[in-house]
Design a protein around this ligand. Structure first.
Ligand SMILES: N[C@@H](CCC(=O)N[C@@H](CS)C(=O)NCC(=O)O)C(=O)O
Length: 334
């Protein structure tokens, strides 16, 4: 028997109140309900080390599910920086809401210990990515937008330059727009506290993706003929779109194949040497669906498309009017 209406009304308003409290723990919102990402520690671009210092004990700390860490990991990988900067992958600890090291790192078991020891204030969050210097025994940068610039200038013979001079202005413009409308934009959709806040974020997100699609119909990379940091910052968000952001954050207005230049760009980027090794779809889905309790209280990880269907071959559906039969689950012939 259905519960009586007054009980349902009370339960709903209690749950809504509780949801607002829990959302406050995920991230702050302004008076209109728009999500505002808090400022992080170590956000200033440090001086570039000379060649000798650059080869001396630097460590890039990343988490697999984090899109901000993913962009730094990509620059590290695309520029082949493994010889001078080692990589440490931290694991999420959803019960405690923090990152922990698989093995003690510089005497620390959690990232927050390393942040505090490096001089971060008590109220500051310990976020990935972070670049650590073993020689100075401290974190040098904890802000991904600055970190990717530093890694792009890091001395490394024959490494590609991801800020090609003729495209610098377009690269910077795209990076600005993507940072707010797309990279943070998906979080503004998912963490919105009101319908109006969600509507604003969602409209800005798909307007930016539409513009990116038009730019990519004219050139192979976002800011022109050469790969740049603009492509690097777009990829971590777009590769998580169908797997996480569409189902969990409500970024589901269009399937990406309806932006065909963007769809092909994503395949092209994923095929670049070193990129596939930075992609961990199972970890992304487990961490997002498992950790963001106020958005997904059951913690159940839904099935999603295998990554291969997004990054290899043509989209499953060619477009309006062109449908394909559903695969027969009992038929293993392909
Ligand atoms: N502004 C930072 C944001 C990074 C960030 O929010 N990272 C998240 C993971 S996706 C994190 O480490 N959060 C831990 C926390 O907030 O305590 C950047 O771009 O580097």
């Amino acid at each position: 028997m259905a519960p009586p209406a007054p009980l349902v009304r009370t339960a709903r308003s209690l749950w809504h109140w509780q949801w607002q409290q829990l959302m406050g723990g995920l991230g702050p919102a302004d008076a209109e309900g728009n999500y505002r990402r808090p400022d992080g520690a170590f956000s200033v671009l440090p001086p570039l080390p000379d060649e000798a210092a650059a080869a001396d004990g630097h460590v890039l700390i990343v988490g697999r599910s984090c899109p901000w860490a993913h962009r730094a990991w990509l620059v590290w990988s695309l520029r082949g920086l493994g010889a001078s900067i080692s990589l440490v992958v931290v694991d999420p600890d959803p019960a405690e809401g923090r990152w922990r090291f698989a093995e003690a790192f510089e005497g620390c078991h959690t990232l927050i210990e390393l942040y505090r020891r490096s001089g971060a204030d008590a109220g500051q969050r310990a976020t990935v990515p972070a670049l650590y210097s073993r020689r100075e025994r401290r974190i040098l940068v904890g802000e991904s937008a600055r970190l990717i610039e530093l890694l792009n200038r890091w001395p490394s013979p024959d490494a590609p330059n991801l800020e090609p001079a003729p495209q610098q202005e377009a690269t910077d413009q795209w990076r600005d727009r993507l940072q707010s409308s797309v990279n943070d934009g998906v979080y503004r959709c998912g963490f919105a506290r009101t319908q109006a806040a969600y509507d604003r974020a969602e409209a800005a997100l798909f307007e930016a993706l539409g513009d990116a699609d038009r730019a990519l119909a004219r050139a192979p990379w976002l800011s022109g003929p050469q790969l740049s940091l603009a492509d690097v910052v777009l990829f971590p968000t777009l590769i998580r779109l169908e797997l996480v952001y569409a189902p969990l954050f409500g970024c589901s207005r269009l399937p990406l194949w309806q932006l065909p230049a963007l769809w092909r760009w994503r395949q092209r980027f994923h095929a670049l040497p070193g990129v596939a090794a930075t992609c961990w779809p199972e970890a992304w889905r487990r961490d997002y669906f498992g950790a963001l309790f106020p958005l997904h209280p059951s913690g159940i990880v839904p099935a999603g498309p295998p990554l291969a269907t997004l990054v290899e071959g043509p989209p499953a559906l060619g477009g309006p009017g062109e449908t394909q039969p559903m695969p027969d689950p009992g038929n293993n012939d392909g």
